[in-house]
Design a protein around this ligand. Structure first.
Ligand SMILES: *[C@@H]1O[C@H](CO)[C@@H](O)[C@H](O)[C@H]1NC(C)=O
Ligand SMILES: *[C@@H]1O[C@H](CO)[C@@H](O)[C@H](O)[C@H]1NC(C)=O
Ligand SMILES: *[C@@H]1O[C@H](CO)[C@@H](O)[C@H](O)[C@H]1NC(C)=O
Length: 471
């Protein structure tokens, strides 16, 4: 059995790092707020920005009236034309498009467009697709779009359009990095720039984000990333899209994309990313037909004390008895996705308790097997977050819903408590944090070995069938 384990020292370091990030994040937000306001005022009235009438890159501009201003205008007045428009009608995101050349001033997070005939017009956007969640949206840096008679000079001129989004919010969590970032980026790019020729412009950029997702980002766009926080030169783009399109949890709806992309296409992109940058060769597969299927047991990190399998050693023993080769995979913040990809792409089964680590199911091959252990009270999220990956990738999906007796909450609350007896009733009014903390942060599982063995046997049969087809 091969173990990929982070040491507890790494776990403490991770926790400290997170706290530091959070603090830094809060500080930088409150500080940049004031300077931003000042800068916006300065920028829109400053005489130092010269007119730039004979800009070569200036293309035929399709002017679209901003929806908001439409509503503000008195009857009978034709809407002003600006070179950008923001559509705020979507549930999950706002989207602003700039249909002509634009100058980005990263020091004020502002995209300028020039229109000598119209007065100054300002719009704002938080380019993160969780619009329905006030708390996290409040932490996302706001970007500005300013249309007016003047605009800053262009220092760096790009020939390709920009897609602009935030890598802040919950992006530090693997599920969110894909669900709120990379998958929406794929959807947005496929919708607007199907030829793949666009520049990634990121606000709330972090080095760890770029390095963790480097291979994927490189396959998405061949151009270097422009990071607002790391730049103070102005950048010109022939056009730009601010915000990311999201279709729902771990979902790509082909009917909403002109090029009909699916989650399977996203996985193709992952394959391309990790083929081009092989850190490790994929573990060799035993070519004998009687070989044992490989099962990856995904565990939560040492730094989390919930949703762990309390009888993990016995569970592993059962897995081996049934006939699996077992790999215990305990990912942490520093886990190389390239190595994780190579491992899961050459495995037949993945098993794990509901949690962000199951995002790695994106790396499973179609027709392999994914079994999610579902603690009490996480039924909805289990299906919505990770069940969807299986559906989207045509992976055989099994859910092992634990019984009250298998939950550590039983000892604490008693098996007749409504929390355990009827979690859906408790969650009817939504997901209050106090309640969800009980299910997500206080609960561990002790699997019933007799019942779990039955589910593992089904997984085994599916895995053997998959291996047979694989040959
Ligand atoms: C915003 O998007 C919706 C849905 O695609 C579309 O019907 C609507 O016309 C758009 N509004 C503007 C102002 O572009
Ligand atoms: C940009 O910032 C760097 C340091 O971060 C500084 O050395 C440089 O002079 C700045 N450039 C401009 C144009 O302000
Ligand atoms: C993933 O698995 C497929 C099928 O076994 C293989 O052809 C491909 O090379 C693997 N990709 C990587 C990056 O290891």
């Amino acid at each position: 059995m091969k173990k990929i384990l982070g040491s507890s020292r790494a776990a403490i370091a991770t926790t400290l790092f997170c706290l530091l990030l959070l603090w830094f994040h809060t500080m930088s937000l409150s500080m940049s707020w004031i300077s931003r306001i000042n800068n916006i005022i300065a920028a829109t009235s400053s005489p130092t920005y010269t007119f730039n009438n004979n800009q070569e890159t200036r293309v035929q501009i399709r002017t679209v009236a901003s929806q908001q201003n439409h509503q503000l205008l008195p009857r009978g007045v034709l809407p002003m034309s600006y070179q950008f428009s923001c559509n705020r009608t979507y549930l999950r995101y706002d989207l602003c498009t700039i249909d002509g050349s634009t100058v980005l001033d990263p020091t004020t997070s502002t995209f300028f467009t020039m229109d000598p005939t119209s007065p100054v017009h300002v719009e704002k956007i938080r380019p993160y697709p969780r619009k329905y969640e006030d708390y996290i949206m409040g932490q996302i840096k706001e970007l500005n779009l300013v249309s007016g008679p003047s605009s800053p000079q262009c220092t760096i001129r790009h020939e390709s359009p920009a897609i602009v989004f935030s890598a802040g919010g919950y992006t530090g969590n693997l599920f969110h990095a894909f669900n709120d970032g990379l998958i929406p980026l794929f959807i947005t790019a496929s919708s607007f720039y199907p030829d793949g020729d666009f520049i990634i412009v990121v606000s709330e950029f972090h080095d760890w984000w770029q390095s963790k997702y480097a291979e994927i980002l490189k396959v998405l766009s061949k151009h270097p990333i422009v990071a607002l926080e790391k730049d103070n030169a102005t950048h010109c783009f022939p056009s730009a899209t601010l915000g990311l399109i999201a279709h729902g949890f771990m979902t790509i709806d082909p009917t909403l994309i002109p090029t009909s992309k699916t989650l399977m296409h996203f996985r193709d992109l992952l394959e391309k990313a990790y083929t081009q940058n092989p850190i490790l060769p994929s573990p060799p597969l035993d070519p004998k037909p009687e070989r044992r299927p490989r099962l990856v047991l995904t565990c939560r990190g040492n730094d989390v004390s919930s949703r762990r399998i309390l009888n993990q050693d016995e569970v592993i023993q059962v897995m081996k008895e049934i006939g699996f080769d077992v790999i215990v995979f305990q990912p942490n913040r520093y886990t190389s996705l390239s190595e994780a990809y190579a491992m899961l792409n050459s495995s037949h089964v993945m098993v794990g308790v509901h949690g962000a680590a199951l995002t790695h199911a994106l790396f499973l091959r179609p027709r392999s097997v994914f079994m999610q252990v579902v603690p009490i009270g996480t039924e909805w999220a289990a299906d919505a977050f990770y069940g969807r990956i299986a559906k989207g990738l045509n992976v055989n999906y099994l859910e092992y819903k634990i019984r009250v007796e298998e939950s550590s909450l039983m000892e604490k609350y008693g098996k007749d408590n409504v929390l355990l007896k009827d979690p859906s009733a408790v969650q009817k009014k939504g997901w209050p944090t106090e309640i969800m903390d009980i299910y997500l942060k206080q609960q561990n599982v002790k699997l019933d070995l007799v019942r779990f063995r039955k589910s593992l046997k089904s997984a085994y049969l599916m895995a053997k069938k998959f291996m047979h087809k694989e040959r």
